[in-house]
Design a protein around this ligand. Sequence first.
Ligand code: HEC
Length: 78
Amino acid sequence: MITLAVSMMVIINSCTASQKISMKSGAQLWSENCQRCHNTPSPSSFTPEQWETVGMHMQSRALLTEVEKNKIIEFLKQ
Ligand code: HEC
């Protein structure tokens, strides 16, 4: 397990692109990713519970990482 964790860290650290992305705020990720396909839904459009479901669906569509999706959902739930 330790070896796996270490090699995961190496993979994550060697990927500078995703590091840059993960520095972005939920609001940034939301405005950059969600309007590629449709108008960006405003945070007040859905309840927090609905955003969880939407997030799961749109994570795969927008090819977001778990971290990015969670940031966007946190922003949208506010
Ligand atoms: C690759 C294209 C694509 C991206 C990127 C994308 N969406 Fe979507 N989205 C769709 C499509 C297609 C639908 C309609 C079909 C469906 O509901 O699955 C949809 C539907 C939705 C709906 C449902 C609207 C309704 O009235 O029911 C919401 C909310 C939504 N998207 C939010 C988001 C958010 C937030 C993001 C950014 C994380 C995002 N989408 C990124 C393609 C995309």
